[in-house]
Design a protein around this ligand. Structure first.
Ligand code: AHR
Length: 494
């Protein structure tokens, strides 16, 4: 069956904030330590202790924003433990993640150095669960105050005279769970109090981010928006794609067709979550001043056999690439409300874009999707209507094709399309309207494989990578595409 669509290139539906392509790195497993931070004395090539290979790879996908230090770790983190001479820094137990010793060698200065090397915006998540108002307020002063003050003096003592510029600041993480097991009424009051002391110093303007709901907890969204919307710039949403249940999530590789289908079905739930949470936000914020930030999303499978269960290390396959592609399409299409998203997590944890082992590094299929989709960053969302056919399997049905389209600053149009069907290719026919009279030059690339769980390993790092896409033809104004089964494709019309 052919799926028909219309692209109205002269109808702009919004602007895709580049921060939708953001990332999240927590003090969890081997994300920060080993994955990003190796220390200045490491034999692994580094600049000021930060891995050069990882920085180069993240720059290639134009990482716009990076969230840190958690996650659950954020509400146990005391930032003053992570400043000063490294050998004197306090050691603590990372109780959430594997019970390992955290030596605090990667702290505020190291994170800001990482963001400077990446050329990305920092998004710092403060501690509400076990931290004080004073502690949060002093962190902001330490980071951003330019004049004479106790915290700017401490910063200077630690080698940094100038304040940093910090825009994004989160007031707590998952305060309904690991961040304090609070009720929304209680958190909303705490949020109002803590954010009061998250000050704007000099020219620095903080974008205050409230802790939003877990997945389908619509009551949390309703209460926090009702009580605190006027004190926030954005509110968060967390949703993970767990194929089965939390006790038996399923394996990252070696899965079957049903695991594939269920994963796609669960990932597509992001659409409903965003639509319903946005509708609640509209009640209290019809002007859409407050942004929705999906600052934790991605696949969550059983850990790789033999690895520390608290480290959340999983392989990443073509299936993850489809989850990334369809989720990013959903975010693009909701760019009126979704202003940032942060995949969990950058390196070695959950749906990582990069895996490392000693000095080796491998780029995952999810990395390649971020690379292919970077063309959407800050582009105009265009009106694309596609009547997707259905992907039926195991007695259930989901849409077969997910798509979004945008125009970049140079006038190039990009259409990203995912064929979720594990077994069949999908024919798509798009009527291109509003393009002008001359036929566009078309190029494309696609990520696919014969194997459902195709993935890259340290021995075979290039087993799956994007390939040029040629299965298209332009007949008059109709663009005909034949999308391979289980594929992510991006087409450029220049
Ligand atoms: O990303 C892993 C964990 O998932 C985060 O620490 C927490 O916020 C969420 O539950």
């Amino acid at each position: 069956m052919t799926q028909n669509g219309v692209l109205n290139a002269d109808i702009v539906k919004g602007q895709i904030n580049k921060n939708i392509y953001g990332h999240f790195s927590e003090h969890l497993g081997r994300c920060i330590y080993e994955g990003i931070w190796v220390g200045e004395d490491s034999p692994i090539a580094n600049t000021n202790g930060i891995r050069n290979d990882v920085v180069e790879a993240l720059k290639r996908i134009r990482i716009p924003v990076l969230r840190w230090p958690g996650g659950c770790f954020a509400d146990e983190y005391h930032w003053k433990d992570g400043i000063g001479k490294r050998e004197n820094r306090k050691r603590m137990i990372n109780t959430h993640w594997g019970g390992v010793v955290e030596n605090n060698h990667f702290g505020t200065h190291e994170f800001m150095e990482l963001c400077a090397q990446l050329g990305c915006e920092p998004y710092i998540n403060g501690n509400v669960g076990s931290g004080t108002v004073q502690e949060m307020s002093e962190w902001v002063e330490y980071l951003t105050f330019g004049g004479e003050s106790p915290m700017s003096a401490l910063r200077a003592e630690n080698g940094r005279n100038e304040p940093w510029s910090v825009t994004y600041f989160g007031v707590g993480n998952e305060n309904w769970g690991c961040g304090g097991n609070m009720r929304p009424e209680y958190y909303a009051d705490l949020y109002r109090r803590y954010q009061t002391y998250v000050r704007n110093y000099g020219d620095n303007r903080i974008h205050r981010i409230a802790c939003g709901p877990n997945a389908g907890d619509y009551n949390w969204m309703d209460v926090v928006m009702r009580q605190a919307a006027r004190y926030m710039d954005s509110i968060t949403l967390h949703y993970y794609t767990v194929p089965w249940d939390w006790a038996h999530k399923g394996s990252a590789t070696g899965f079957n067709e049903q695991d594939w289908f269920v994963t796609m079905e669960k990932a597509l739930r992001m659409e409903e979550l965003i639509a319903r949470h946005s509708a609640i936000m509209d009640k209290y914020d019809p002007e859409k001043r407050v942004g929705l930030i999906v600052d934790e999303w991605g696949t969550w499978f059983d850990v790789e056999p033999g690895t520390n269960p608290g480290f959340l290390y999983q392989q990443n396959s073509l299936r993850d690439a489809l989850v990334a592609g369809l989720t990013l399409n959903i975010f693009n299409l909701h760019c009126d409300r979704v202003r940032m998203a942060n995949i969990a997590q950058t390196v070695n944890v959950l749906q990582a874009v990069i895996l490392t082992e000693g000095e080796k590094m491998v780029l995952t299929p999810t990395y390649h999707v971020f690379d292919m989709y970077k063309v959407h960053q800050d582009a105009e969302l265009l009106d694309l209507n596609l009547s997707s056919g259905t992907y039926s399997a195991f007695g259930r049905e989901i849409p077969e094709v997910s798509a979004s389209a945008s125009r970049d600053a140079n006038g190039r149009i990009h259409i990203s399309l995912c064929n979720l069907n594990h077994a069949s290719s999908s024919s798509v026919s798009i009527d291109l309207r509003g393009l002008g009279t001359s036929a566009p030059a078309i190029t494309g690339s696609t990520l696919t494989s014969d194997n459902l769980d195709a993935h890259n390993t340290f021995d075979q790092p290039e087993r799956i990578a994007p390939q040029p896409f040629h299965a298209y033809k332009l007949e008059g104004s109709r663009l005909e595409l034949e999308l391979p089964s289980k594929s992510v494709t991006v087409i450029e019309l220049a």
